[in-house]
Design a protein around this ligand. Structure first.
Ligand code: CA
Length: 335
């Protein structure tokens, strides 16, 4: 009897979730036309959009930016859209209508918007829109791909929130196909970099290891191009050449954790920064309670555990000084 009751409750729960589910939009490019699919309270709503509603061609993003006057960075949002909005509003990066408010500043998302949480789609569209608004205001948004972006684009769906399993079932396609080469967000993602340099700072999700530099060099444009080209190549092909170990391995830019856990001596950090001709490297991927400075403020970690949904920060670089921007908008220095 108890078994029957719990099965019934489980069924009601699952049904209730599907009925209430709202997600999207996902915009597909079919024969040159924009077809939008969204889930509205559990039902698929399909709509043909006016041509030009969204760009369908996205040029590869540049890798190097100079003479930028202010920078903000965060990472590892993992679907925690509401908390991200709160942090960005309190820190004056967006306004109450979620519009760009950071002027000529550059905002860097240091990877991992995907997986774990249930508001990934909202987060992606927020960043998409901010990118357009920032450009108009003389600023820039840089969305760097992290290991979870590459996992999704390579059909590794192990960390997907159950909501997206339901969306995927309703749209009758695999989640990664919702970000395939014939979708707006898919093409947009395929234009994104893995590493960028702004002024004297390099930004990358995991980090740049000396092992990686020795194998792949430090030409950010060519590394970004290779990473982009790798997205639509099957993992088996990538693994056949050793490319996978260098670029997707544990010393590669999207998975490296050495700055935090390898007890690197100062000489190694110096050597890495010298090779990169940079003063600092800013990374995500390793979670801390706040934004942190390591290795004598030459490495900054911006994964402040936003993924847990309760607290998070941004890193600011303004007037040649680094600050933590706290959840409520406070500024805390690193001295
Ligand atoms: Ca990560």
């Amino acid at each position: 009897m108890a078994y029957t009751l719990s099965s019934l409750l489980l069924y009601c729960f699952a049904f209730g979730q599907t009925a209430a589910l709202t997600d999207g939009p996902y915009v597909f490019i079919e024969n040159g036309q924009l077809v939008q699919k969204a889930i509205l309270e559990g039902a698929v709503v399909t709509e043909m959009l006016e041509p030009g509603t969204y760009d369908t061609v996205y040029a590869p993003s540049a890798s190097v930016f100079k003479e930028v006057e202010k920078i903000a960075a965060f990472s590892d949002v993992h679907g925690q859209f509401d908390l991200l909005v709160e942090i960005l509003q309190n820190n004056g990066i967006i306004d109450q209508q979620m519009r760009w408010a950071f002027g000529s500043g550059h905002l860097v998302i240091v990877g991992d918007l995907f997986d774990r949480g249930g508001k990934v789609t909202e987060t992606l569209w927020l960043i998409y829109n901010l990118e357009l608004e920032a450009k108009k205001a003389g600023g820039r948004v840089h969305y760097l791909l992290g290991n979870h972006e590459y996992m999704i684009l390579h059909s590794d769906l192990r960390y997907l929130h159950e909501k997206y399993v339901t969306t995927s079932n309703l749209l009758e396609m695999s989640y990664d196909d919702m970000f395939g080469p014939s979708t707006v967000l898919g093409r947009w993602l395929r234009s994104k970099p893995t590493l960028i340099k702004i002024n004297d700072q390099v930004f990358v999700h995991g980090g740049v290891s000396m092992e990686f530099i020795l194998e792949a060099g430090v030409n950010l444009d060519s590394i970004n191009a290779l990473m982009r080209e790798s997205i639509d190549r099957p993992k088996e092909t990538l693994k056949a050449t050793g490319f996978y170990t260098t670029y997707y391995g544990k010393t590669g830019p999207i998975w490296y954790r050495g700055y935090f856990y390898d007890e690197l001596p100062p000489e190694t950090i110096d050597a890495i920064l010298n090779k990169l001709q940079s003063e600092q490297v800013i990374v995500g991927h390793c979670s801390n309670e706040t934004v942190v400075a390591l290795h004598d403020k030459r490495i900054f970690g911006v994964d402040s555990s936003i993924k847990k949904g309760s607290y998070g920060e941004v890193l600011f670089w303004i007037a040649d000084t680094f600050y933590r921007g706290t959840k409520d908008g406070g500024r805390v220095g690193f001295d």
